[in-house]
Design a protein around this ligand. Sequence first.
Ligand code: PAF
Length: 282
Amino acid sequence: MEIVRKISQARSLAKQWKNSGLSVGFVPTMGYLHQGHLSLVERSAAENDKTIVSIFVNPTQFGPTEDLETYPRDLRADLALCEDAKADLVFCPGADDMYRPGSCTFVEVSGSLTAGLCGASRPDLFRGVATVVTKLFSIALPTRAYFGQKDAQQLAVIKRMVEDLDMDIEIVSCPTVREDDGLAKSSRNSYLTPEQRVAARVVSRAVFEGERLIAAGERDPVKVTASMRKIVEAEPLARIDYIEVVSAQTMEKPEKIDGSILGALAVFVGDTRLIDNFILHV
Ligand code: PAF
């Protein structure tokens, strides 16, 4: 497995592979890898000739009061995990390489896809994500890129961006990986104290309840979100940021549940903001 820090090194290897007719799978990450990330790397390795993983805590997607400085980092462990998961190249640039002085170009996906849910509470998030993912795509030259469904809104934004900008890249959506008690795997779970970790169970319990209600025939989004809300509100350590049922395609709120539906929530447990969701086709 190659490990490179420079954009030019990563691009030159990616170009070499593409020019030899090899397919390249790409998994962009912010590091502190867990089984959710590794499931993407393993899938990419199974579906492509070469797999590139990027590890970069992207400053442009954090708001001024968010956890950029404290975001967990462990490059040594990440590299060992990438090797085990059969990555061929890990690209881990520094922030100064990715954003050189004077850099002032951003990619913005506008409209309903980014206006609500995480876009409402984290206004810098999707502009930062779309910009860095565009840059990483232009370095890694992937045939396919792998993203987790846990970040369902991010996935919808990336899919739209790839379509709108005519990028010749297949975006592959992979299922959320969970802990035994249901909590969705996330690098930010490491912030939780043991007491908060127990309290965090309400997040996935709310997801499973929303999913269950719709699968059982409930079609009123207000009733579904009210039941999900009740579960989270019963936990004193949890504070709701949002709980919504929206169209999985447009992220708009429907009058009635129909078609592809995303039920999504963001909940603070202490200072840690956790997200989770379900997607159903009814
Ligand atoms: O999902 C993430 O970890 C990040 O948002 C991504 C896609 C690596 C962009 O920084």
